[in-house]
Design a protein around this ligand. Sequence first.
Ligand code: MN3
Length: 266
Amino acid sequence: MPENQVDNFIYLLKGTLCTFQEILINLNNFKMERRKFITVIGATALAAPVISSIASCGPGNETFEGHNFPDLPYDFNSLEPYIDARTMELHYSKHHKGYFDKFIAAVENTELIGTPMEQIFAGIRKHTDAVRNNGGGYYNHALYWENMTPVRMEVPSDLKKAVEKDFGTFDDFRKQFSSAAKTIFGSGWAWLAINDNGKLFVTTTPNQDNPLMDISPDKGVPLLTIDVWEHAYYLKYQNRRGEYVDNFWNIINWETVNKRLEKTLK
Ligand code: MN3
């Protein structure tokens, strides 16, 4: 029989679809949750998310007081031929997961573990480089996966109108966004965002920064983003970043972009 509650927990989970090894890996990833679980075992409010997180056993669904490693909303090969499956697999499972794990390690045992990302970014100048870089990497990639789709979409009319109001024509916006993405020096992100006055604008950020950060010269709420770090495209496109950026327009999830806009206008 199991000797303590953790062993008992593992023992009970042995019957799930996960292998025993996967459970151990997941438990290791959930060090903080496990401590809480032991402390409050029986308190279903906290135990339920832990159980559901561990029981899922795949990438995604890892939850730390509001910070979760999101599921990829489609398969690795779904964005082909524009983004290849191997790039997607490495980008999501290694790069994005790495940022998430390092972010959790940086905020574990601090008040930031329970703080929404937007709030952390609003005061990012007070925090460490580990929080800034890994928190940005965790958050930005989640937006990026969400704003892509294998299904070709039309731009919803409300979004189109909003873009035309601030950029003249949709094509002008497209040129500005593409040009920004193509000309970032080194690694970074291009954004369509909306500022406090409700004006849409295109901007870029270096490294893993984003427009929500207080150190960003152009502050706003992100609506659309493209990752132009080489790891996002190099396997397929090598040095041809421009081709990757041009192809990005085939896989933009305009419904998601429109929903983000609606949310900011509420
Ligand atoms: Mn990336």
